[in-house]
Design a protein. Structure first.
Length: 244
DNA sequence: GTCCAGGGAGCAG
DNA sequence: CTGCTCCATGGA
């Protein structure tokens, strides 16, 4: 199997951190669906082995192996609580995901839970995505690419996913998002890109920040979900004002 | 049966 | 701008 060097990287922490929803833990690694790709990835110390519809360049890009992780960590570790978090999940990286898949995934995430989001996003790919094949370790695998914007346009078909009230947000966002819209998320500055995203139904501040951070290269985005909110009020705003 | 979940929209105050 | 309620499922 081909491999790329990967220092200061932890595949498990990265994949299971909740950025990504279409993956399966298997054979000592992960089978990963991302946009129109399907591949297997497995880490052994400072080597990342991979096989499937990807090459070295794409793997390095997807996992941000082209970045100086130590420099990033150094910048954010001045805070004691952040330093503790970094220590607990050493080697976790932000992925570079596909913006449209990210938009749809995080619209699905509102007031839901991880297992259900996984199921929903996989079902959407299965019902609306193009069927493809990949060769991994000499074996042929069928998989579904994630649909492109505009492809999730059948209300009755989408009803099978049982998204509840999110379904209509998803349909409307699907028809609103164009290639131009997606491109502008990268080129605009953070605030403007966020404003643009929040015009989509089902996209508020938190979901917009997830999309910007995980798929648009806006590393200053800071998604505040219920857990981050809870932790921050405990660590920084409790009456005891914990210094340690 | 009841409660609430990786939020957001819509509305009242 | 803040603080409700409702949203539609499904799992605990």
């Amino acid at each position: 199997m081909k491999s790329v060097p990967c220092s200061h990287f932890n595949l498990q922490h990265t994949i299971e951190s909740g950025q990504l929803f279409r993956f399966e833990k298997k054979d000592g690694g992960y089978f990963i669906n991302a946009a129109d790709r399907f591949f297997f990835a497995k880490q052994e110390n400072n080597k990342l082995f991979f096989d499937g519809n990807v090459d070295e360049r794409l793997i390095a890009h997807f996992f941000r192996l082209d970045e100086d992780h130590c420099e990033t960590i150094g910048k954010i570790c001045h805070d004691k609580h952040v330093a503790n978090a970094v220590e607990s999940y050493r080697g976790i990286r932000l992925l570079r995901q596909d913006p449209f898949e990210c938009i749809i995934s995080f619209i699905c995430s509102s007031a839901s839970n991880i297992p259900r989001i996984h199921r929903n996003v996989n079902d959407i790919a299965r019902l609306f995505g193009e069927k493809k094949t990949a060769i991994i370790q000499g074996q042929k695998y069928g998989y579904f690419a994630f649909p492109k914007s505009g492809m999730i346009d059948d209300e009755r078909r989408l009803a099978k996913v049982r998204l509840g009230y999110r379904a209509k947000f998803l349909l409307q966002s699907n028809s609103t998002v164009t290639q131009k819209f997606l491109k502008e998320l990268n080129t605009k500055r953070y605030c403007d890109a966020k404003t643009q995203l929040m015009t989509l139904p089902g996209v508020g501040e938190k979901v917009a920040d997830c999309i910007l951070l995980f798929s648009c290269g806006h590393l200053n985005a800071f998604p505040v979900d219920t857990w981050i909110s809870k932790v921050m009020s405990e660590l920084y705003f409790s009456k005891e004002c914990k210094k340690n």
